[in-house]
Design a protein around this ligand. Structure first.
Ligand code: AHR
Length: 319
């Protein structure tokens, strides 16, 4: 292609892209730019689905961007939303730190930002609200379940921990909450702890390494999400052990896959983390656009499910 033809093609493509991104003059819908982390888990897929369907139901023009686990992609997406002059920006930050500059840019452009699922360490005046779970409490719930499960054991309870993505809010907070509870039980010992990046594949890989490298008996696996626990179940079975019996398993999310594992006797308990944040997010977006204040923090209600009760709940689970 000669250079004038190439330039023409680039200009045509850019105009087409801009046309796709801008509102028609009769389109009065609110435009929401949303940067999602990626598709690392069953939880994340349900979260994306909830956001897309709530936007459609509430007539919000959603510009959705998948960051494929990379903070730099989220920052690029937010800058692109600012350039497009969207009405509101929402995002689920992959990690907690490193957002100050881009949040200031959105603030200077007078575009309100709502955080969903995970939070950031930036100055809270840079966003209007945060909708999501209390991850520290989720870790505490897993810890309380473990303490109750091993209450008759006086010897060491050796624990291996599969952490979520390094630097992510849920990984930091769930660890903190769990450790807070077991701190008053000195026989509970975390003997190995490593990131499994919230994915099944990595959860399996890290559990394999724990099983190969450990000579002490492992009594409990604490996984920061169900996907890593499900990956670890495969590793435990391949090592000739019975997950849920030889090694007790508690994890977090309460996705369908965890209920199936509990019904099969391979997982003992899961702490709920609700991904269905779409309707609440869209309500907050419309309120912000109507000039109404929204709560700075909206916490999602959650509970704990065990293998004893899994069967009675699985049919009513929505994710
Ligand atoms: O931020 C929520 C966490 O991220 C979920 O527990 C996990 O499954 C997801 O990937």
């Amino acid at each position: 292609m000669n250079s004038s033809r190439r330039n023409f093609t680039i200009i045509t493509l850019s105009l087409a892209l801009l046309a796709g991104c801008s509102r028609g003059k009769d389109d009065q819908r609110i435009v929401l730019g949303f940067s999602q982390i990626g598709a690392e888990s069953e939880w994340r897929t349900a979260n994306t689905q909830s956001i897309k369907s709530a936007a459609a139901t509430m007539g919000i023009d959603l510009r959705f961007s998948d960051a494929q686990q990379k903070q730099e992609n989220q920052i690029k997406a937010i800058r692109s939303f600012i350039a497009q002059k969207v009405d509101v920006i929402a995002f689920s930050p992959v990690v907690e730190t490193g957002w100050d500059t881009v949040l200031k840019e959105a603030h200077d452009a007078k575009i309100p930002v709502i955080l969903t699922d995970r939070s950031v360490t930036s100055d809270p005046s840079l966003y209007v609200g945060f909708i999501g779970s209390d991850f520290v409490e989720e870790g505490r719930r897993a810890g309380r379940w473990a303490v109750e499960h091993f209450k008759d054991v006086s010897g060491d309870v050796n624990i291996v921990e599969l952490q979520g993505t390094v630097g992510a809010g849920p990984a930091i907070d769930r660890k903190k909450g769990f450790e807070e509870i077991i701190a008053s039980h000195p026989n509970f010992k975390i003997i190995r702890s490593q990131s499994g990046e919230f994915t099944r594949a990595k959860g399996k890989e890290v559990m394999e390494a724990f099983l190969k490298g450990e000579t002490r008996k492992i009594h409990l696996l604490f996984a920061h999400n169900d996907d890593m626990a499900i990956g670890a179940i495969q590793a435990i079975e391949e090592a000739g052990l019975k997950p849920g019996t030889d090694i007790a398993i508690v994890s977090i999310d309460a996705v369908k896959g965890a209920f199936e594992a509990m019904i099969a006797g391979k997982m003992n308990a899961t702490v709920e983390c609700n991904p269905l944040l779409g309707p609440q997010l869209m309500t907050s977006v419309t309120e912000v656009m109507a000039g109404k204040p929204i709560p700075k923090r909206i916490v999602v209600e959650e509970q704990v499910f065990t293998m004893e009760t899994a069967k009675q709940h699985i049919q009513s689970r929505k994710y």
